[in-house]
Design a protein around this ligand. Structure first.
Ligand SMILES: *[C@@H]1O[C@H](CO)[C@@H](O)[C@H](O)[C@H]1NC(C)=O
Ligand SMILES: *[C@@H]1O[C@H](CO)[C@@H](O)[C@H](O)[C@H]1NC(C)=O
Ligand SMILES: *[C@@H]1O[C@H](CO)[C@@H](O)[C@H](O)[C@H]1NC(C)=O
Ligand SMILES: *[C@@H]1O[C@H](CO)[C@@H](O)[C@H](O)[C@H]1NC(C)=O
Ligand SMILES: *[C@@H]1O[C@H](CO)[C@@H](O)[C@H](O)[C@H]1NC(C)=O
Length: 272
């Protein structure tokens, strides 16, 4: 009796086709170009004219200064605008750079807060906002970046606490949050980041104890905690190699090198 109706099938086919056409139209380099044009509009000062003429639609966005496109997808995979003396804000559209793995806008004068749309950049492996004038809380959604290896937010005006979601960053090797106004305690979740080699939290308003779980970070070779309000500082002495340039001048908490290395076992530990 029930003759299969042709109409719903037609409709399904049509909308599927239409959907494919739609996504083909928008899943291309034009999106990336419109994102960078939005970013250019949000840059109010470009004293060396890095972008003024170079970021022009007369050439492919892949030839623009600071831009690298992937050979496979022909989409932007890296954006490096570091040390260009740029002043501006970060537009929400930046979250549309779906293939971005490397984002470096360090050493500029970007201000304002980080738009939540950046949470979509789930391919990020390297993120540097260091040495700008960014403010607001350190976003919890940074914990969504499962591939993130380096996170640099130092030298800004970030406040609030270190979000516990950073403990999700299982690939994280480098974390620098120094020179901000971050308060509260170091969340224990941070010690789930087993790949951490470099941890710098200097010159903030952090307090409390430095949790002993820090010893779980067996790959950690540089720890920089000076200039905070830690009540009880766990003092660890290690006989090993470390980069002396990264150590603070009057640090009472220098930790260097390879807890996991049997040759360099912690000789002693003191609380002061
Ligand atoms: C933009 O800068 C890049 C990198 O310096 C350069 O290769 C390219 O030729 C420049 N394009 C224009 C239109 O100036
Ligand atoms: C880009 O992002 C903005 C804001 O997040 C959004 O409204 C817009 O639809 C996006 N544009 C494209 C072309 O994806
Ligand atoms: C991040 O970790 C928390 C627990 O620490 C978990 O509840 C949450 O689902 C995780 N989020 C992501 C995006 O992995
Ligand atoms: C640290 O390591 C100990 C011993 O392996 C483990 O019991 C504890 O859960 C770890 N803590 C964290 C925060 O990973
Ligand atoms: C940390 O703050 C102190 C006091 O303001 C300052 O002397 C020191 O240079 C700062 N450290 C760094 C590495 O900026």
């Amino acid at each position: 009796m029930a003759k299969p109706s042709f109409l719903p099938l037609m409709f399904a086919l049509l909308s599927a086709t239409f959907g494919v056409i739609l996504s083909a139209k928008y899943s291309n380099i034009n999106i990336d170009q419109s994102v960078l044009l939005a970013l250019k509009l949000d840059i109010t000062h470009d004293p060396h004219n890095f972008l003024a003429t170079n970021w022009s639609i007369s050439t492919s966005v892949c030839n623009w200064i600071g831009v690298i496109c992937g050979s496979k997808q022909h989409r932007i995979t890296a954006l490096d605008l570091s040390s260009m003396d740029l002043t501006g804000t970060i537009p929400s559209q930046l979250g549309n750079l779906s293939f971005l793995a490397w984002l470096d806008i360090g050493d500029n004068n970007f201000h304002g807060s980080l738009p939540i749309e950046l949470a979509d950049l789930h391919r990020l492996e390297y993120l540097n906002f260091g040495n700008n004038n960014l403010d607001g809380k350190i976003p919890y959604w940074l914990g969504y970046f499962a591939k993130l290896q380096s996170l640099y937010l130092y030298g800004n005006n970030f406040d609030g606490v270190i979000p516990f979601t950073l403990g999700n960053l299982s690939k994280l090797e480098m974390l620098n949050l120094g020179r901000n106004q971050i308060s509260g305690r170091i969340p224990n979740s941070l010690f789930k980041c087993k790949e951490l080699e470099f941890l710098s939290l200097y010159n903030n308003s952090l307090e409390g104890n430095v949790p002993t779980e820090i010893e779980n970070l067996t790959l950690l070779n540089t720890l920089y905690l000076d200039g905070n309000y830690f009540k009880v500082v766990l003092l660890l002495f290690y006989a090993g190699d470390f980069d002396p340039l990264l150590l603070p001048e009057k640090n009472q908490f220098n930790k260097a090198t390879k807890v996991g290395d049997p040759e360099h076992k912690v000789p002693h530990r003191k609380y002061i």
